[in-house]
Design a protein around this ligand. Sequence first.
Ligand code: RIB
Ligand code: CA
Length: 322
Amino acid sequence: MKRKVILDVDTGTDDSIAIGLALNNPNFEILGITVTWGNQKVEDCTKNTLKVCHYFGRDDVKVYMGEHHQLDTAKRAEVVKVNPDGPIFYVDENGVEHNLHPKSFNLPEPLHGPEEKDAVSFVIDTLMNSDEKITIIPVGPTTNIGTAFKKCPEIKEHIEEIVFMGGSVGMGNVSPTAEANFYNDPDSVHAIMQSGVKCTLLPLNATHAAALPMSDADEFEKNGSKGLKLLADVMRIRADVSKHLGWHDGTHEIIHDALAVAYLIDPSVVDKMERHKVDIDTSASIKYGTLILDGDTGNENVDIAMHADYKKFKKILIEYLK
Ligand code: RIB
Ligand code: CA
């Protein structure tokens, strides 16, 4: 039987590869793709999502636009005073902006726009009306899913599992200890964790372990499949910006979001999984968005991928990115 899934994205370079993997996985029944703010404004992420579906010949997949900002914007303004957001783009000598996540993907126009229904209503209605349990895969800020939990806690009973790309243990990419998706809306992560729903996290620890060397981009390009061509392009966009901003030397790239879908295709891509009681720091401090493991509060039903196998990840990408 196919796994029923809702993919929640902020497309987004690495999101586009997660979408490609999901669309090409015959074992998924994709009920819809919900879009959140994050890498760009939600309107731009939605358009990018539709373009990616069109690129893969899947204009039939329904796309729902969601939330515009995190649950607590006033608190976020306080946090930014402590830990200002860093740049994720540079401007070249011709005045052209090179963004880690392009505002508008350089791909053909989709056949239609998003559905009229908003993402949160779609999530609640779909879960509450389903006889089968549904898997949710959030690979952006978790505002859509957190809002759905706040509005209708009963959705928990209809969820098989939530498989996130998010979080980090002992490392961070937007603060010393926080990962971007969870940092962008810790209050919504907290709302989800409070429910006790079964969760699996693919944090930075796993996605960094599965980094792809740039020599793979040349190999992917030569392969000739549409999906691998997109992956090669995405790797080059990311490596260029990462190198210019001094994040790393540009010899590899991390395609975070694709690992969450790859895990559902072949769980053995994760070679070190740990069970922890998980909560998140929601205080307006330097710890904002940091995972709290095995503290007084939290969800005891959480598996955290601490490491992933690069070779298996690459094999899944080659097999499923048609
Ligand atoms: O930290 C990685 C996450 O942040 C990914 O989901 C990526 O798309 C970015 O938004
Ligand atoms: Ca993302």
